[in-house]
Write a protein that binds this ligand. Structure first.
Ligand SMILES: Cc1cc2nc3c(=O)[nH]c(=O)nc-3n(C[C@H](O)[C@H](O)[C@H](O)COP(=O)(O)OP(=O)(O)OC[C@H]3O[C@@H](n4cnc5c(N)ncnc54)[C@H](O)[C@@H]3O)c2cc1C
Length: 325
């Protein structure tokens, strides 16, 4: 179906980069559309910042109440329901995502559902989803397709024993033990969350400090606090491979981490974390190769491999795809 409207701007991706741009363009009176293959809100609202902070809030509260005696407050029968904690986090994410849909309507952003592909500059096609087949004609295109979790080579994320942060945010069962590979912000958050509820957590980081992109003074304080609260922090430890045995998950013995954790989480190696061990293509891109001739005609392309620096005048990119390559 060819949409006969001509847009000033079509934004591909409804995450914080995409929705903010689309809403702002709408506020400035531009005719704007946003194509999103999942639901508006992107990683941040659906699978990142927001639901993870909701989990941290539960962990913080539980931990505070566990130590309430220190404040002269006695609480008996303290307990938790892991599935309700996860459900609350999902409901916070749901509400936030609904808010973006509302802002799209309020600011006259046309929302199309499906995977977008740039056919030629100025022409965007929705390849699947409920708006499959829609073709949008546009003056400018913003590619804001975001980030995707990385995994280790030859390792299948099965969502139960091997997870990325995405699966971890909807865990059905609390693991008794877990190895979190990568101690950046995301890995550290999940380590804190699970440890607060009694999971035996081993946090593995190949750099010489946890939170490798933070100041070492800050990282030291956090590591001390983590260790005191029972998290086993292994820095300067590189996980080179993980073998799935029938009954257990084995971590590369060279990495000297426990050999039989319940689960291994690859949380900390999401794209966007500069310490990721192996670059991996990001989520399906809107056929960036098709834009190559517009890159070629662009004098300002200082680095064609790094899409985040590309701006040809008609197509702009705001994506985390190569931020760690
Ligand atoms: C667990 C976790 C916790 C985090 N916590 C924080 C935090 O506390 N603070 C912080 O600043 N950052 C945090 N981040 C990082 C943050 O989520 C990202 O920086 C942010 O989401 C990037 O925004 P974006 O719009 O560039 O991409 P995204 O949010 O990834 O959005 C891209 C969107 O594009 C869509 N898309 C992709 N390809 C297509 C296509 N071809 N057609 C249509 N749609 C497409 C995707 O479905 C997605 O919705 C966290 C990340 C994770 C994983």
């Amino acid at each position: 179906m060819v949409n006969t409207s001509k847009y000033d701007l079509v934004v591909i991706g409804g995450g914080p980069a995409g929705y903010a741009a689309a809403i702002r363009a709408g506020q400035l009176g531009k005719k704007v559309a946003c194509v999103e293959m999942e639901r508006p809100g992107g990683t941040c609202l659906n699978w990142g910042c927001i639901p993870s902070k909701a989990l941290l809030k539960s962990a913080e509260l539980y931990s505070k109440i566990s130590h309430s005696e220190e404040f002269g407050i006695s609480v008996s029968g303290l307990d938790y329901d892991f599935s309700k904690i996860i459900a609350r986090s999902r409901s916070v994410a749901d509400n936030m995502a609904k808010g973006i849909g509302f802002l799209f309507k309020k600011n006259k952003v046309d929302h199309f559902v499906g995977t977008a592909q740039v056919m030629v500059p100025g022409m965007v096609e929705v390849k699947d989803g409920s708006d499959k087949g829609t073709i949008l004609s546009t003056e400018k295109t913003l590619i804001a397709t975001g980030c995707k979790a990385r995994t280790l080579p030859d390792l299948e994320v099965d969502g139960t024993r091997i997870m990325t942060s995405r699966e971890a945010l909807v865990m059905k069962k609390q693991p008794k033990s877990i190895v979190v590979v990568g101690a950046g912000a995301i890995g550290a958050e999940f380590a804190y969350f699970l440890n607060a509820f009694g999971t035996k957590v081993t946090l593995v980081e190949m750099m010489d400090q946890i939170l490798p992109v933070e100041d070492s003074e800050v990282a030291k304080v956090v590591q001390r606090s983590f260790t005191q609260s029972g998290i086993d922090c292994r820095v300067s430890t590189k996980v080179e491979g993980i073998t799935l045995a029938s009954a257990s998950t084995l971590i590369d013995p060279n990495a000297e981490v426990p050999a039989t954790p319940d689960m291994v989480k690859l949380i900390g190696i999401d794209a966007g974390c500069p310490q990721g061990p192996s670059p991996q293509p990001a989520r399906p891109q809107p056929d960036i190769k098709r834009l190559s001739y517009s890159y070629d005609s662009c004098a300002c392309c200082c680095c064609r491999k790094n899409y985040s620096k590309v701006s040809c005048g008609r197509c702009f990119v705001s994506a985390e795809v190569n931020s760690c390559n």
